[in-house]
Ligand binder design. Sequence first.
Ligand SMILES: *Cc1c(COP(=O)(O)O)cnc(C)c1O
Length: 461
Amino acid sequence: MADDVFSQIEPFKIKMVEPINLPDKKDRIEHLNEAGLNVFLLRGEHIVIDLLTDSGTGAMSDRQWAGLMMGDETYAGSRSFYKMEAAIQDILGFKYVIPCHQGRGAENVLHTSLIKDGDVIPGNTHFDTTKGHIEHKKGRAIDCTVKEAADPYIDLPFKGNLDLEKLESIYREYGKERIPFTVVTATCNSGGGQPVSIENMRAVKKLSEKYGIQVCLDGARYAENCYFIKMREPGMDKYSIKEISRMQAECFDMMTMSSKKDAIVNIGGFIGLRDQELYDKVKNLAILFEGFVTYGGLAGRDLEAIAVGLYEGIQEEYLGYRIGQVKFLAERLKEEGMPVMWPPGGHAVYLDMKKFLPHIGPEDLPGPAFCAELYIESGIRAVEIGTMLNGRDPETGKNRPAKLELVRLTIPRRVYTHRHMEYVVQSVKKVWERKDAIKGMDFTYEAPVLRHFTAKFKWKN
Ligand SMILES: *Cc1c(COP(=O)(O)O)cnc(C)c1O
């Protein structure tokens, strides 16, 4: 009994607090109007619970804060670098480690080293920055996620898996000459934070070896993925998260990581490599883009916080709490009859706008309309993952209607309590109760690329 209940409580107590305030409704409406109805343009201080992202928004522990004080700011050969390198070698087994300022910095360095004009990079629903960097290097990302991933309600344990037949057909078509690597994102952020099984990763590795193609782990949430493997995959329960992490990493030749996720720091990232020749090549670009190889655009104290955070991020009690909190929010919303994508992923809960606001077509931006209404209702910030994010077809100039029209409620690590989550549930419900009166939106400003960051809207009449 005690053990069961313990596994449901937060495995920490709170030593420092930051007050949050709910502005009056009249002020919320004013703030939102000033932001052109785009919640992305709100000021943090006007938000009561911020579910925009789990990136760099986590709460560091007392050990991590103590680590900041211990950070070694030596330009070359910082002690903190060696500590971080040792942590990565221990938990992930990559011999060569290059720190970078964040995940996209790691992608820029690695992709510039490997991708040439006309290459293709298969993977499971590449994350936006990954795809952006591939395209920036004149490569093309090809999505090979299992087709079940497109169904928001089919209850399967590993909806982040790669479709091996599709992957092999890409290997046959392009061969190793045009495929510098395959990328596996685990958990799969853009696919709803869904995990990838160890069986699938091993099969990808085997297939890729057969065709002489390298495999890269986009491992921002590698630890959350390990937890899902432990909980859901037959025979895996007997291993520790660290053991699973090593087994997982063995399926890959290289890794990029945004430490702002599972290393629970506010900034940072790295590249992990096994091959010395590749390391020597990547190293030079890292120095050019990010900084010397023992700091990579970070302060010594940041490296120290990553080293500590990597170990905290693989603690089973922590992961149980983390994934459990996301599940709690998803289950409560479902209980209240809200349309939630199922099963919930590792870092966020997704609301299905096609069911929530069926009277608003994709062109009329149901996701941004919901986010605006949720903010007015409650001071909570959510984020659209749908047609607005998808942008326009560069050739035709038409909106690209998204397959899934979603709003993401993303949970920062160790920041909010279950009571905060209950407030989210009640707020979403209130919006639901008046959903039929919610109107669509039109753009009043739209940037040519990455429009979601800066767009402005007006309500339809
Ligand atoms: C966040 C993220 C990135 C990019 O990392 P940044 O630190 O935001 O630059 C890359 N891949 C995945 C899967 C991510 O979640």
